[in-house]
Design a protein around this ligand. Structure first.
Ligand SMILES: Cc1cc2nc3c(=O)[nH]c(=O)nc-3n(C[C@H](O)[C@H](O)[C@H](O)COP(=O)(O)OP(=O)(O)OC[C@H]3O[C@@H](n4cnc5c(N)ncnc54)[C@H](O)[C@@H]3O)c2cc1C
Length: 855
């Protein structure tokens, strides 16, 4: 039996680099590879036209500058034979082959608890024992099983793009059928068409493709890399896609249509997947923006393809652009103008069977000399679960992943100690320049093994908590994008029976690298380790906040802003006003009117948001946030627009007096006066008399809650519901959420103390007009929706108010928002993960107001 420190499965980009690093770190290692040479993807995929679609200067190893210096790429996107030669060159130069066993497939792997080692078995009968076991088996290495009837009957030649004959194929004079129109088909069809006497392409779902403009390596880029190589490679490692690229800072709908088209045209002329999809910053998240790019590409297809009917069949319409792998082509669409090329739409004429002589679709039979299957891969998980892997307690990976893959960081799996996956599900992998992602994973794994050795440890495994947290984070990130809308291989949707789960991590290469490094810096957070020095569990979740909230927090942290509570009140107000200028404006409403109403001690400004639907409308009186010190109807403008659209109610946002100029109880007194005046003047404002609810955020929610108590005690006006978003309900600042979330989530415990100090004397703070939770009775208050956020100092007092209302017999619903912070739910169009909660708020207002639901 072979006995080594590490077994690596696969000898593509990943396996080769890993072997090199392991040797350098002093680990004994053995690589097993099914193919009879190195290369992986570039060994198997030899179909005509096969080439990379990330520029070769980027799609190559970066770990050793010598390879950059000595290897000359012949084209911007190198063809497969050249990439294979490159990998052979690397293997030769680093003398890797002596530790690779070719033509050997790993069939099974079992964790042996007694020895804390993996025992592997190959199809060729080899048995191997190793301390660590790494699957470098590739994301696109397991061809999808054919789900087409009758292939064995066909008397002509059958080819698969993913297992192309090494000697090549000459289609000259042949009638050829190609089944599939994914990336491999789009690359090969124009070349097959050049040779074949007749070519028929069978298409189920059309794909978007952009021109490659392939040619010589761009001299400017080469010179740039040569002159500032280290910075260029560092930029790539921290970029979203593993390639330095400028991603726009504006959304597609924020510019005029003319400018939008001009930008798309410029990007189209330039090429490059990552740059093209980065023309605007919201193309992968905003359906309306995305559709503008879809339509732009469709217009290009229609302009190129002569026959309008064929052009329409080639125009994708069933998924947002970018949510399936965007293809890069040379003359793909032009090929359909050739007289001997025909496109068959399988959605109209479903494929019936392969026959002895060709292909039958419903309504027509085709005869061929050769059929090419370009039917794709069982991506990301296929090659991993193809090996029978059994972890602790007899758990098989196939069973563990039966409802979709679960990993920690896409690198490790709970229940499978000392097993690593390179570019596994839950990592950026296929959404990136994969060489950069491979190098990052290899470096992380080798670093981990070195740390283990240094610390006398032999076993490492993620905890269930860490893994579940990561899976949640990956899903949360996917859910704020359009990716889940496509039936793509990213979603596992191309393989019958495969769970529909978004497989890669969409947070970007740079963000992901930072997270992996942070896991190490926090002493391998989320891992349990064991060895001669003992056993240690460092349980925890690396990114518990919602993905977009995390990005916002990082951006803000990066600005190094001073804490509000260290400023004068005037400076804090000026500062918070200036911060608000950067945010998205929120949706359009029917009409916005500014006005003045009588408060408790003088006039108050208000802003009225009228829905676009026909009035009269029910009314929501809204109170802004800002700790009774900051804010205005301007600060909460996007949120009020959003509430107006979602509830189809008129929102009247009232500017109550602020502390410290007007301390407690000025704010609730103004709030109550405003509600009284609005209720009395409902009809003249365009409202429905008697249909009035209150809403507020933070200190504004405190005002709203108090106003409900004042109205109850005063016998009116009637308030039919209260929406309290992350409310202040009590002056007790010692609750658990104040401790857990004291710092780091924008609203801090010190800032909240600063607000209270400006607002109310300590002796007043227990007054129910300041702390509505302390009211003698909470009975007979309007129905309530109370929204709290997990990472908010105010979380527990909001929850306490919900409990207390319920105990008093008030109809109340508590909506706790996982991963959100105090300021995130009101950040309309900026924090997309808050949209579901905002929808519930709108729905609650509709119910409070008995509003009819508009079409
Ligand atoms: C046609 C095509 C074009 C691509 N173009 C790009 C591009 O432009 N940019 C980009 O970033 N990515 C591209 N990719 C993705 C590509 O797969 C990766 O970039 C990269 O080559 C993956 O390297 P790898 O070593 O991780 O896996 P692979 O290259 O897939 O190698 C895995 C190896 O593991 C072996 N193996 C699997 N299971 C076993 C087993 N049980 N026992 C033994 N051996 C096993 C396989 O035989 C294979 O050789 C492309 C993929 C394809 C198919």
């Amino acid at each position: 039996m072979v006995d080594v420190d590490v077994v690596v499965v696969g000898a593509g980009f990943a396996g080769l680099y890993l072997l090199h690093r392991l040797r350098g770190a002093g680990f004994s290692a053995k690589v097993f590879e099914t193919g009879d040479d190195v290369g992986g993807t570039w060994y198997w995929n030899r179909y005509p036209g096969a080439r990379c679609d990330v520029e070769s200067l980027d799609y190559s190893y970066t770990f050793d500058p010598a390879f950059d210096a000595e290897w000359e790429w012949s084209e911007k996107y190198a063809p497969q034979p050249e990439i294979l030669r490159y990998l052979q060159h690397v293997a030769d130069k680093l003398d890797l082959r002596r530790d690779i066993k070719f033509s050997t497939r790993v069939d099974s792997a079992v964790w042996d608890e007694a020895s804390s080692r993996w025992r592997l078995r190959t199809g060729q009968g080899n048995e191997v024992s190793c301390g660590y076991y790494v699957m470098a088996t590739g994301c696109l290495s397991m061809p999808k099983a054919l789900d087409i009837d009758g292939v064995e009957r066909f008397g002509g030649d059958v080819y698969f793009t993913s297992k192309w004959p090494h000697e090549g194929v000459d289609f000259t004079g042949k009638r050829v059928g190609v089944i599939g129109t994914g990336s491999s088909a789009i690359q090969s069809i124009p070349i097959i068409a050049e040779q074949a006497a007749a070519l028929t392409v069978f298409q189920r779902t059309p794909n978007f493709s952009i021109p490659a403009y392939n040619g010589p390596v761009p001299a400017g880029k080469k010179a740039a890399i040569a002159s500032r190589r280290a910075e260029y490679r560092a930029d790539a490692r921290l970029s979203p896609g593993g390639v330095p690229a400028t991603i726009s800072e504006v959304g597609a709908m924020q510019v005029s249509e003319a400018e939008r088209i001009a930008r798309y045209e410029a990007a189209w002329q330039k090429g490059g997947i990552i740059e093209f999809l980065g023309t605007f910053n919201d193309l992968i998240a905003n359906a309306e923006s995305n559709e503008t790019l879809c339509e732009f590409v469709r217009s290009k297809i229609r302009a190129v393809v002569d026959d309008p009917a064929t052009a329409e069949v080639l125009c994708p319409s069933s998924f947002p652009i970018g949510t399936k792998r965007l293809c890069v082509d040379t003359n793909y669409y032009q090929t359909y103008n050739r007289p001997h090329v025909r496109l068959v739409d399988l959605r109209k004429h479903p494929l019936a069977t392969i026959t002895e002589t060709g292909v039958d679709v419903v309504g027509e039979s085709f005869d061929f000399d050769a059929i090419v299957f370009a039917t794709g891969f069982d991506a990301m998980t296929g090659a991993i679960v193809a090996v029978d892997i059994t972890g602790r307690n007899g758990l098989t990976l196939k069973d563990k992943w039966s409802e979709g893959p679960k990993t920690y960081l896409g690198l490790t799996i709970a229940g499978f100690p000392n097993l690593f996956t390179i570019t596994g599900p839950g990592s950026p992998s296929v959404l990136s320049n994969m060489v950069v992602s491979i190098e990052q994973h290899v470096n992380w794994i080798v670093g981990c093994l070195e740390d283990m050795r240094r610390d006398g440890l032999a076993v490492i495994e993620p905890t269930e908590t860490a893994e579940a947290g990561w899976v949640q984070h990956v899903n949360d990130f996917g859910d704020i994008t359009l990716f889940p809308r496509a039936n793509s291989w990213y979603m596992g949707a191309n393989v019958p029976g495969k769970p529909r789960v978004f497989l890669p991590y969409v947070g970007g290469v740079g963000t992901y690298r930072t997270i992996c490094d942070e896991v190490v810096a926090r002493d391998y957070l989320g891992f349990a380790v064991a060895g001669s020095s003992g056993t240690r569990v460092n349980d925890g979740v690396i990114r518990p906040v919602q993905a977009d909230v995390g990005i916002m927090l990082e951006l803000i942290a990066g600005l190094g802003l001073p804490a509000l509570e260290t400023m004068s009140v005037d400076d804090a107000r000026a500062f918070s006003t200036s911060m608000a200028t950067q945010r998205p404006p929120g949706p359009d409403v029917g009409e916005i009117v500014d006005g003045v109403l009588p408060g408790a001690a003088g006039d108050l400004d208000y802003r009225l948001y009228r829905p676009a639907s026909a009035g009269p409308h029910p009314i929501v009186v809204y109170f802004h946030g800002g700790g009774w010190v900051l804010g205005s109807h301007d600060s909460d403008d996007p949120f009020c627009r959003d509430l107006c659209v979602r509830s189809d109610a008129m929102i009247i946002s009232v500017n109550y007096r602020h502390a410290p100029e007007a301390r407690f109880p000025a704010a609730p007194d103004d709030g109550f006066a405003a509600v009284q005046w609005i209720a009395a003047n409902a009809a003249s404002l365009g409202g429905v008399p008697g249909k009035l609810a209150v809403a507020g955020w933070s200190a504004g929610a405190n005002v709203a809650a108090v106003v409900c108590q004042l109205a109850r005690d005063a016998g009116g006006p009637t308030i039919t519901g209260q929406l309290l978003v992350t409310p202040v309900t009590d002056s007790d600042l010692s609750r658990r959420s104040y401790v857990d979330n004291a710092d780091g989530y924008i609203l801090t415990a010190p800032l909240m103390r600063w607000f209270w100090d400006h607002y109310a004397d300590p002796s007043d703070r227990a007054d129910p007009k300041a702390s509505p939770l302390r009211a003698t009775s909470l009975a007979d208050l309007p129905p309530a929706l109370i929204v709290t956020c997990e990472f908010d100092p105010l979380r527990d007092e909001g929850a306490a108010y919900a409990d207390a209302l319920a105990a008093a017999g008030v109809q109340v619903r508590h909506l706790p928002c996982r991963g959100q912070i105090h300021t995130s739910l009101t950040a309309v169009d900026a924090i997309l993960s808050g949209a579901a909660a905002r929808a519930e708020m709108g729905e609650a207002l509709r119910q409070f107001l008995g509003a009819s639901v508009p079409v």
